[in-house]
Design a protein around this ligand. Structure first.
Ligand code: DQA
Length: 138
């Protein structure tokens, strides 16, 4: 199985950024643990702060990977182009969020990408990524 994790803008600052919301752990540290926990799964990882780079990564992996775990971060709430990219490829995408976006500001309550995704997991901290991986493996 090959699963690609794609993280959007500001998620390179995990561990430093608003730790009360996103925690104190870097994503690289969490990813090490995830890869050890799933030794039989090839887990690719890509992060960008640029919308076009995220779209190109979806194009690049989306016809070969068995699934995509996507935290589009703020682009979740704004990007028709990401919605279209998710629909354009064959791999199923699970939308994830670290925080429970529905408990936060109203502008985070709407996702432009959910309808293009296989499912959505949010609010379980970094464990949201593992739960999304489990859903794709199942
Ligand atoms: C986020 C939630 C988004 O609203 C926000 O813009 C992020 C992170 C999350 O993982 O909780 O950058 O996707």
């Amino acid at each position: 199985m090959r699963i690609e994790i794609i993280n959007g803008p500001n998620l390179n600052l995990l561990g430093l950024r608003e730790p009360d919301i996103y925690g104190r752990r870097s994503f690289e540290d969490y990813l090490d643990e995830l890869r050890k926990r799933y030794p039989d799964v090839e887990i690719g990882y890509f992060q960008s702060n640029h919308e076009g780079d995220l779209i190109e990564r979806i194009h690049d992996v989306g016809f070969e990977a068995d699934g995509i775990v996507l935290n589009a971060a703020a682009y979740t709430h704004t990007s028709v182009a990401l919605h279209d990219a998710i629909k354009a490829v064959t791999a199923p995408t699970v939308e994830v969020h670290i925080s429970n976006v529905h408990q936060r500001e109203p502008f985070r309550h709407h996702s432009l990408i959910s309808a293009a995704c296989r499912g959505v997991i949010c609010g379980f901290g970094l464990d949201s990524y593992r739960l999304a991986l489990e859903a794709l493996l199942a």
